[in-house]
Design a binder for this molecule. Structure first.
Ligand SMILES: Nc1ncnc2c1ncn2[C@@H]1O[C@H](COP(=O)(O)OP(=O)(O)OP(=O)(O)O)[C@@H](O)[C@H]1O
Ligand SMILES: [Mg+2]
Length: 253
């Protein structure tokens, strides 16, 4: 796998530079820098409460950083409203409340394209049904009847209707059984990037996330503790210590 993200990543599509942000006077994340290029899956892993979702909120325009900048394709987006950020090509799949349960699969997809001209909606719907025949087969079923894995795939496809150039996934496997979680990460996530998008993946299943990612950042206590090619991060024996906030070079640790 190519491993190209870095501070000086020339082709960064998303570039987060020294961002600090929080909910009060004390920042929850501090000095976080991160890049994602088109075609790449970049994982952010770390323990509960590390600040992963907070970091995503600064990208989505939900939180305004107190310091630092967020750029999409070279354009500064921190401080923009969420709908403006979405219009610029950022697609977000939240951890919960990700589909409209009473609506059918097809209606959910149509809702995903609600800002598009009607003719375009039909075309994109066809595209998605062709790419994901499993969804096409259940297009008339209410989303509330779907299995966890099917539902998450629908949530992703709903966001794809607007053809985002950056896809932000917050713990897409949360609440899924091991088999559908594995299928989502291994069968679908790599393709989402390979089709020409940048994918920023926050994941609890750290080892699986690292297996499908090009680059990884370990966030603990609001700071990047470690960054590097996902394969290299995966092989570190001290990942557990870093997760627990113990410093990498701790003597005897
Ligand atoms: N709306 C909020 N107001 C105040 N504090 C918040 C808010 N949301 C999150 N926090 C706090 O910010 C810190 C980081 O939370 P965040 O949700 O970013 O963690 P996370 O890494 O996504 O954790 P998890 O893996 O459990 O989803 C936590 O201490 C949390 O309590
Ligand atoms: Mg979170």
């Amino acid at each position: 796998m190519p491993t190209s993200s870095d501070e000086d990543h020339p082709a960064a599509h998303l570039r987060i530079t020294e961002v600090s942000a929080g909910y009060g006077p004390v920042p929850v994340i501090r000095d976080v820098s991160l890049t994602v290029a088109i075609g790449e899956v970049v994982a952010v892993i770390g323990p509960n409460g590390a600040g992963k979702s907070t970091l995503l909120k600064t990208v989505l325009g939900i939180l305004r950083p107190s310091h630092g900048r967020v750029e999409l394709a070279g354009r500064r987006i921190d401080g923009m409203a969420t709908n403006q950020v979405a219009r610029l090509g950022v697609g977000y799949v939240p951890q919960v409340r990700d589909v409209f349960e009473p609506l059918t699969v097809r209606e959910n997809l149509e809702m995903g394209g609600y800002t598009l001209p009607r003719r375009q909606v039909a075309g994109r719907l066809d595209e998605i049904m062709t790419l994901y025949p499993a969804l096409a087969a259940m297009q008339d079923r209410p989303a509330g009847y779907l299995s966890g894995g099917e539902r998450k795939l629908l949530a992703v496809c709903r966001v794809l209707m607007r053809r985002p150039s950056l896809l932000v996934l917050d713990e897409p496997t949360a609440g899924l059984a091991p088999q559908p979680a594995h299928a989502l990460l291994f069968e679908h996530v790599p393709g989402l990037a390979a089709e020409g998008r940048a994918v920023l993946l926050v994941e609890q299943h750290a080892q699986d996330a690292l297996a499908v990612s090009h680059w990884a950042y370990v966030l603990a206590s609001g700071q990047v503790q470690l960054a590097g090619p996902a394969a290299a991060v995966r092989q570190r024996g001290d990942l557990g210590d870093i997760f627990l906030g113990r410093t990498i070079s701790r003597p005897g640790g």
